[in-house]
Design a binder for this molecule. Structure first.
Ligand code: AMP
Ligand code: MG
Length: 354
């Protein structure tokens, strides 16, 4: 019928992608964001949580599959309301292709591919760890920082050097967030455990009480850190009934955060960079932020911390990094080649956009 036919706008030639839709699905969080230029217009997430017990990959994937239609609808609604942006204004789809849980990465990749085909726009696969660094460069004044990336599964000290984001130190076993989550689980608390440990640690000094710093292994090996031994040690201490949960939480935080800040400081000294940023959900922890700030002040460096919505897993960072890769790095992911890369490392990626 004349006048009612929908005309699909095709991607214009060249590298401009003003409006980008990003999708995050590497682990517990499913997110969709819409950015326009340098502005984040919508950044919607929904995270898998439990009352007790941890994450079961198939259940988390089920969660993502269930929430995706409403997250997409909310992101589009917000984009329309705040910036008059409709679905046909989207010029690029970016999705987190790596690293993460295969079950959940697959959900994000499937959504991304179907949207790219439906809208007939290009697709870019993004490394999640790199996206944490790029979003802090957008939303803080840091230009060439060292990133202390502290999330559930990942713990890395990352900085740019000669065409790659290189890892200067990392965990040799589990991520610091997983360590805190497991400690909380052992205490009978649910997922995510990090905020619960933070609250307990604060309570250790409630009502003017002096918290007890319990001696637990301090596990820095060269530039790397390890948490597995510490985890077992804490479980024994917890089971012994000798210590309060508050003092255990306080001591865990003081010890592991000191390990992280030490390696971050040595990386800064080694690469000669004078900016530190935090990334990852554990970065929401106020005590970790304070320790980073003190370390930077003492060495005359600058510390930047993005707001929580950009510290935790989010899709705005995927959209922004996809835009950089597409516009400045000439990166495209053909729909038929769009894959997931659960084990890709930060330093596997050639950084063509800096
Ligand atoms: P991410 O994987 O980057 O989204 O981060 C999730 C991790 O951050 C989980 O292990 C949470 O327990 C942890 N987390 C979130 N908030 C806090 C907090 N305030 N203190 C410590 N850990 C936290
Ligand atoms: Mg993360």
């Amino acid at each position: 019928m004349v006048g009612t036919r929908t005309v699909r706008r095709r991607q214009e030639p060249g590298n401009a992608a003003d409006v980008v839709l990003g999708i995050e699905s590497t682990a517990h969080t499913f997110g969709i964001a819409i950015i326009k230029g340098h502005d984040v217009i919508a950044n919607i997430t929904d995270s898998f949580t439990t009352e007790s017990g941890g994450m079961i990959p198939a259940k988390v994937a089920q969660h993502h599959g269930d929430v995706y239609p409403s997250i997409l609808a909310r992101a589009l609604e917000m984009a329309k309301e705040k910036a008059g942006i409709g679905i046909d204004d989207i010029r690029l789809i970016a999705y987190s292709e790596a690293p993460g849980i295969g079950h959940t990465l697959r959900i994000g990749a499937a959504v991304a591919k179907s949207l790219a085909l439906r809208l007939r726009v290009p697709l870019v696969g993004v490394n999640h760890c790199i996206a944490h660094l790029e979003i802090t460069r957008l939303v803080t004044r840091a230009s060439d920082p060292v990133l202390l990336y502290c999330s559930g599964a990942n713990t890395q000290v990352i900085a740019y050097d000669e065409g790659k984001y290189r890892i200067f130190g990392e965990t040799l076993d589990t991520g610091v967030g997983n360590f805190l989550d497991t400690l909380a689980r052992d205490m009978g608390l649910g997922f995510p455990g990090g905020p619960k440990i933070e609250r307990l640690a604060l309570n250790a000094s409630a009502d003017g009480r002096t918290p007890i710093l319990i001696s637990i292994p301090y596990s820095v090996k060269g530039m790397d850190v390890a948490f597995a031994g510490l985890q077992t040690n804490m479980l024994h201490k917890l089971k012994s009934g000798e210590f309060s949960k508050e003092d255990l939480a306080f001591s865990a935080q003081e010890t592991v955060f000191a390990m992280l800040v030490e390696t971050a400081e040595r990386a800064m000294a080694h690469v000669g960079k004078e900016e530190l940023v935090l990334g990852g959900g554990v970065g929401c922890n106020k005590r970790l932020q304070e320790m980073c700030r003190i370390m930077c002040e003492e060495r005359g460096a600058r510390f930047y911390c993005p707001e929580n919505q950009y510290l935790v897993d989010n899709a705005a960072m995927i959209a922004w990094t996809g835009k950089l890769m597409f516009e400045r790095g000439g990166v495209r992911t053909a729909v038929e080649d769009a894959a997931i890369k659960p084990y890709e490392r930060t330093d596997d990626v050639n950084v063509t956009w800096r």
